[in-house]
Write a protein of this length. Structure first.
Lengths: 147, 147
DNA sequence: TTTTCTGCAAATCCTTTGCATATCC
DNA sequence: GGATATGCAAAGGATTTGCAGAAAA
């Protein structure tokens, strides 16, 4: 996160909380601060461990609840782990996936422009990229009808 | 999976198993057959439930072990759920992620060509796509040095 | 017959939930 | 003061593990 973003982040935090009628508690404040400082896309345990030092009475499930809530209101993003079970695909040919956020259905699709993406040069130099995974997220045709 | 693929799939299964010195057991055979038949990217429970009818003595952890093994040798792909804890990102600006398969580190990157992908027309018609998630998978600079 | 796999049960890891108390607005 | 959040403890779901017997190469 850039410095400009860091400076504004606490204001963003307060605005977002007010918008969604969330109380601004010391726990939430500290959790958000730690998250903004972090560089490694932490999980709840990571945040909990860090905060314990400066806020010993905080509980792990508050961290879980708070991070989930932050993600729900769009203050932060969930980048790994969806709480879902592992799901498998017997088709190993090149294709991509759409996942419906409502019913968790996964639909395959093929698209040339998605297949031919060039990995950024900065990565090719020092990283070995084996796979490019693309997931479209949204609402599927059936769920649109239901809503 | 197309008919051509289905016809070849059992041969593929046997070849891959032989290549990796895996015994061809009834359990593995049935699990792979069910997976090929499936259309919905099933999880271990789904496969287990389906197989129970025709193979009542199979155990759930065999299904878990088998699917993990199949994915390991590249016979099938893991498409959802990484067994990892949920991880969060305080940066809500447009960017993408690289994840190291060795150390699970997640690195942010920015790239215009990735930002400007056009969602396939077939999807725009009947699906509502809210987000395009791109994850590069591979080995990071530090882990390359270690290996 | 030697290696590999399976089934069972127990354990583990991540996460959620119910409830009483404490805190925020 | 009423709504909301927290902490604790217990429960839950998904997955893994250790081990002994069974099946594969």
């Amino acid at each position: 996160m850039t410095n400009a973003h860091k400076q504004n982040s606490m204001a963003l935090f307060r605005d977002k909380c007010r918008q969604h009628n969330l109380s601004i508690t010391p726990q939430r404040t500290v959790i958000y601060q730690e998250l903004v400082k972090s560089k490694n896309h932490p999980d709840s345990e990571d945040i909990y461990r860090t905060i314990k030092n400066i806020f010993p009475e905080i509980s792990l499930d508050t961290v879980y609840r708070t991070l989930a809530k932050f993600a729900e209101i769009g203050l932060i993003h969930l980048v790994e782990g969806y709480g879902e079970a592992k799901r498998y695909d017997p088709d190993t040919n090149n294709h991509h996936h759409f996942r419906c956020s409502e019913c968790n259905k996964i639909v395959d699709f093929h698209d040339d422009s998605f297949d031919n993406l060039k990995v950024p040069k900065a990565f090719q130099k020092s990283f070995k990229v084996v796979n490019v995974k693309i997931i479209l997220e949204g609402t599927c045709d059936e769920c649109i009808k239901k809503l």
